[in-house]
Design a protein around this ligand. Sequence first.
Ligand SMILES: Cc1cc2nc3c(=O)[nH]c(=O)nc-3n(C[C@H](O)[C@H](O)[C@H](O)COP(=O)(O)OP(=O)(O)OC[C@H]3O[C@@H](n4cnc5c(N)ncnc54)[C@H](O)[C@@H]3O)c2cc1C
Length: 386
Amino acid sequence: MNPAPERCDIAVVGGGPVGAALALALAPAPVSIVLLERSAAAAREGSAGSRPIALSYSSRLILERLGAWSELAPTPIRRIQVSQSGRFGRTVIDPHDTGTPELGYVIEYRELAQSLMEIVHRRAIPVVTSAQLQSVRVNPDRAELSYLREGEARVLQAACVVHAEGSVRDATHGRDYAQEALVALVDCEPAAGNCAFERFTADGPLALLPLAGRYAVVWVCSERRAAALALAAPEAFLHDLQSAAGSRAGRFTALRSLSRAPLALRYRASRIAPREAYIGNAAQTLHPVGGQGLNLGLRDAWELARCIRADPGSAGSAPVLERFARARRLDMVATIRITDLLATLFTGDNPLTAAARGAVMTALDLVSPARRFFARRMTFGASALP
Ligand SMILES: Cc1cc2nc3c(=O)[nH]c(=O)nc-3n(C[C@H](O)[C@H](O)[C@H](O)COP(=O)(O)OP(=O)(O)OC[C@H]3O[C@@H](n4cnc5c(N)ncnc54)[C@H](O)[C@@H]3O)c2cc1C
């Protein structure tokens, strides 16, 4: 085991995609960085297991700037069909609506996280694995971070501690949706191309994301229904999935993998504290409808790195952290609101809610400016282009 560093300018806690992206964005700046990761090999599964990630075009721009994009092999999304099961209302979004070459990209979480960590290693950014954060004590000019490394207590002094550990430890706000996400990979005939499907069902939203010829499925259900579907035989699962998805995507022929993820909204009232900053899921953990969590987290990482790079001698100082918090506030609040609205209003079989859903989708379909506004908002967030 290599000796762990005892002092640095920026300690990044968590080697998931957001922590790794921050380390890469900071690497060119004259600041010393140490990345602490709980698992033995960083970023194997993240805090909620493996899953497909829909990356927005704005995330692509960030990953290009980090030198990571060319190492990834995501499946492009060129069309999104939004509909609701058994009722009227449908809209189709294409790249004309966003003004981008593609609408987004689908990649397996593990592939993204591992590629980013490989680049972190290649750029010789110090990484301490098997390191579990215990506590942070703040002095006026430094923070003292205590962690366990393979059972042994260690201390790291840093001018700034950035929390990217993937869950909100002391959430002040949130909501339990009493729902779970079933995350599956299925074969389909014909093979999946570049169209994604978002379907609002009585149970909850169902996303079919094209991933290398298959569909990655994120199906939000009540906890009871998710438990029953997870125990069902593969044929029974595929049958129920087909009924919920309809026939537009084709015929599901085989179930490759299936797992469950609990869902909740959790966020901190403030994403900064003296000498501490919170980014990605450590600042806000969202419902996966709309695929916004990681995209928002990458924008957090990019903005924090931008603020620190502008004043590297003052990393962790109150003015730098406050600049970061101000810059991220609108994007965070707007993304939380829109995701929460999609998760609540767009779920359930109440005829009035279903009619409202249908009306919203029909309006989006007929009124191009409204559709473009919505599509660009989901692509770029409420922030300037990175
Ligand atoms: C089913 C599902 C589907 C999703 N789909 C999408 C999507 O399509 N698009 C999208 O943008 N987002 C999506 N998300 C959200 C996305 O997965 C998260 O927003 C993203 O993984 C957050 O990245 P992160 O780096 O902040 O946290 P994580 O990915 O959770 O990584 C956190 C890292 O910190 C480490 N860690 C944890 N605790 C400690 C500690 N105490 N000390 C040291 N290290 C620690 C962990 O081991 C891990 O490596 C989805 C989520 C779910 C559940």
